[in-house]
Design a protein around this ligand. Structure first.
Ligand code: DC
Length: 222
């Protein structure tokens, strides 16, 4: 199977670009952030905040996560219910970042991600795909952009979805998440030694997509 790992900070355009790259190559697109978001949602429902004080192990043991592909699009099911839309709020983002620092959560999700990549040609995006989950991926891309540009893109997305947020709030959240994701002791966000760096700060969406397709095709044909 061909595995393409795409890692990078929040708001770099990973999911929209990875989705289109997967379509171009006729691979499955796996958004691993959605798994951390769904776990975060479960803990929110149990009354946890981002400090995650309490017995998370027992709740996790009683958690059923499932990824299904409906009309080619990934849907995430938490305990049998499709939560794909509910996990897209700024609160869910912060909870996802918090739970993702817990080794027990990462361990819980590891096998699931690897199994998907063993059975399918995948474009998988996340933070530790090239470093931890799929160290043998044929193509590894580290996708990034300046934090202000990323916050601007995310802000527009949220406004278009009808959410009430300020740009400052989005920028602040993004800086906090960048810090948390890059500084946690386990599987921190970092570029794998053999990953190709794609910085999209000065690129349009179309240019970024072209760049990813080029890197992927070169990597696959090696
Ligand atoms: O990509 P995203 O914004 O949906 O991810 C949500 C959070 O999950 C993010 O703050 C970091 C975490 N995450 C992770 O630690 N490892 C991954 N492979 C994917 C996401």
């Amino acid at each position: 199977m061909i595995n393409i790992a795409i890692d990078g900070p929040a708001g770099a355009g990973k999911s929209s670009l990875s989705k289109l790259l997967a379509k171009e190559l006729s691979y499955i697109y796996v958004d691993t952030g959605a798994l951390y978001r769904a776990v975060g949602l479960k803990f929110s429902r149990f009354g946890f905040d981002t400090s995650l004080q309490g017995d998370i192990d027992t709740i996790l043991e009683d958690t059923m996560l499932d990824i299904r592909f409906i009309d080619g699009a990934q849907r995430v099911f938490l305990d049998g219910v499709d939560v794909s839309d509910e996990i897209r709020t700024p609160e869910a983002s912060m909870m996802a970042s918090a739970v993702s620092a817990k080794p027990v959560v990462r361990e819980f999700l590891l096998g699931m991600q690897r199994r998907l990549a063993e059975k399918n040609n995948v474009v998988m995006d996340g933070r530790d795909i090239g470093t931890v989950i799929l160290p043998n991926a044929q193509v590894k891309i580290f996708l990034t952009a300046d934090v202000k540009v990323r916050a601007e893109r995310r802000y527009k997305e949220l406004i278009e979805k009808g959410q009430t947020v300020s740009f400052e709030e989005v920028l602040e959240d993004m800086k906090v998440r960048d810090y948390n994701d890059s500084n946690r002791p386990i599987a921190p966000l970092k570029q794998a030694d053999d990953a190709v760096l794609a910085d999209t700060t000065n690129l349009t969406f179309e240019e970024s997509l072209e760049l990813l397709i080029k890197i992927a095709r070169e990597g696959i044909s090696k």
